[in-house]
Design a protein around this ligand. Structure first.
Ligand code: ADP
Ligand code: MG
Length: 135
């Protein structure tokens, strides 16, 4: 069943010139790009996106990181897209993510881990509304 998920190619990936590398992995898998925008977010937008994490001790540096420069926000579509994107992204901590995943191949950090993908249908719906209200 075709499904939509929300993805961020985070500021570390943009700075490192990895946008094409990351997108090509999603496209090669067969996912379709439904919407995509290069943008820079402020602290309040970061707080809305990461509402479930704002009380974490590691949240303030995460907020600084995600607002530190441009990112690429996108909606991807395909069969079981939410789970498929999470598998392609790999575990949160790039140092422990499996080789073959984006984080496992390209990140050595649990904060600067290149990508975000919605973790459930409810999160995908919430995040798509938040980032692309017209879609
Ligand atoms: P994921 O992005 O894999 O869904 P989480 O939702 O748990 O991971 O966390 C959101 C983001 O917060 C992570 O992608 C990462 O950038 C950052 N993060 C998570 N845990 C930590 C941590 N222990 N220390 C620093 N940053 C973290
Ligand atoms: Mg998450």
């Amino acid at each position: 069943m075709s499904q939509r998920t929300f993805v961020i190619i985070k500021p570390d990936a943009v700075r490192r010139g990895l946008v094409g590398e990351v997108l090509s992995r999603y496209e090669a898998k067969g996912l379709t790009i439904v919407a995509m925008e290069h943008r820079t977010i402020d602290a309040s937008q970061a707080d809305e996106h990461y509402a479930e994490h704002v009380e974490q001790p590691w949240y303030p540096p995460l907020r600084d990181f995600v607002t530190s420069g441009p990112l690429v926000a996108a909606i991807l579509e395909g069969d079981e897209a939410i789970e498929v994107v999470r598998l392609i992204n790999g575990a949160t901590d790039g140092r422990k993510a499996a080789p073959g995943t984006i984080r496992g191949d390209l990140s050595l950090s649990n904060r600067e881990n290149l990508v975000h993908g919605s973790d459930s249908p409810e999160s995908a719906e919430r995040e798509i509304k938040l980032w692309f209200p017209s879609l």
